[in-house]
Design a protein around this ligand. Structure first.
Ligand SMILES: [Fe+2]
Length: 382
């Protein structure tokens, strides 16, 4: 079994209405003057006000930064740094989906350690401490609140850069399922599938270990049982809570075992076709599961046994049965399952495969992943 080194750096608070405690929890951390990073949609939905109230009650001064979009890029993060630089803040609070949380981390790198985002590409490049951060996810998907990586797109190369550092761990992750009720259906579907992909991919990577497997398994169990429920009944708070917890466990699994070929193949689709991350994963994950079958079919069978649905299967068909279960889940979310019907050009597959094979995350896939492998995955999904 693989050795591991697990250090819980983040205090996790879970519960409906937990946002009410944001003021006291932040005050306890020594927060007096903070930057609230939340995208514009969060202002419109009223969640920013929900966060402001308890902060103001605790006497904490708040400046809001909302000037960024989905898949934050280097320019947006730099705008955040320029905005925050004169404010003398002592902390950063990220409120929203993965974009808000990644943007918060990115701003923190630049503000405390200077330079530009690409200086932090990889892991452990920050030499000075970062400001303490609080994460409040409002979608159940990325699990960014559990991760020390910021995913920021390079505005020039359009490549997604993974910039990680243990100092970028959130000090608190506040998981309040009530905040996820406002997700539009398409966000519930795509971000939820992202979490599902995290559970499935992390469970089979070459980096997996006894601890990451535990998080992957529990993430899968919760997400598989709740995804269809939240789509059928968006106000089912129990199921929303399970999705939020499942996505958090998925994030912890990534932090401890990395990802695989599905994410490697999804990123170029987002770069070239602006495909939403979770929608790209929904088209590719069943294909990757089938492609990995010869190496980790038995492990996929373990996931299948935890599924809320008893798929008929016999030995050797676990991967196929899991792939079918994933297709059923994607269909419940109204997600496209073929690249061809998503507007991807067949003539682009070689170029996409070339880029996918260079993605860092592909190297952790259980079946050695290269250009030929990437092309096979795309062709199966086409
Ligand atoms: Fe993802």
């Amino acid at each position: 079994m693989q050795p591991f080194d697990f250090h819980t750096r983040t205090r996790v608070i879970f519960g409906a209405g937990a946002i009410q405690r944001l003021g006291e929890l932040s005050y306890e951390l020594g927060i007096r003057r903070t930057l609230l990073v939340a995208d514009r949609g969060l202002v419109a939905s009223g969640h920013v006000d929900e966060a402001l109230l308890p902060l103001q009650r605790a006497g904490i001064e708040v400046a809001g930064f909302h000037d960024f979009e989905v898949n934050p890029d280097t320019k947006m993060v730099e705008a955040g740094r320029s905005f925050a630089a004169p404010l003398q803040i002592d902390s950063i609070i990220g409120l929203g989906g993965g974009s808000s949380l990644d943007c918060a981390k990115g701003i923190n790198f630049l503000l405390t350690n200077g330079g530009e985002m690409r200086d932090y590409l990889g892991y452990g490049k920050a030499s000075r401490p970062l400001l303490p951060m609080v994460a409040i996810p409002t979608t159940a998907g990325t699990g960014s609140e559990a991760q020390t990586y910021a995913l920021i797109s390079d505005v020039e190369s359009h490549k997604k850069m993974a910039c990680g550092d243990e100092k970028a761990a959130f000090r608190i992750a506040l998981l309040d399922p009530l905040l996820t009720l406002s997700q539009p259906r398409v966000v519930t579907a795509t971000s939820g599938f992202d979490a599902i992909a995290h559970a499935v991919e992390t469970f089979v990577t070459t980096r997996r270990n006894g601890l990451s497997e535990f998080f992957s398994r529990e993430a899968w169990r919760l997400l598989d049982a709740s995804y269809e429920r939240v789509l059928a009944r968006p106000d089912d708070l129990e199921a929303r809570g399970a999705m939020l917890l499942g996505s958090y466990f998925g994030g912890l699994a990534i932090e401890n075992s990395m990802l695989g070929a599905t994410h490697a193949c999804a990123n170029p689709l987002t770069t070239h076709y602006q495909t939403v991350h979770g929608a790209a994963l929904a088209m590719l994950l069943p294909s990757v599961v089938r492609w990995n079958a010869s190496v980790v079919g038995e492990r996929y069978g373990q996931l299948l046994k935890l599924s809320s649905v008893n798929e008929e299967m016999s030995t050797g068909e676990s991967a196929e049965a899991l792939a079918r279960r994933l297709e059923t889940l994607a269909a419940a979310g109204g997600l496209n399952n073929r690249l061809s019907s998503a507007g991807v050009q067949q003539s682009d597959l070689n170029m996409l495969a070339e880029e996918a094979s260079q993605q860092w995350t592909g190297q952790f896939n259980p079946r050695p992943f290269d250009l030929a492998g990437a092309l096979e995955v795309y062709e199966r999904a086409y």
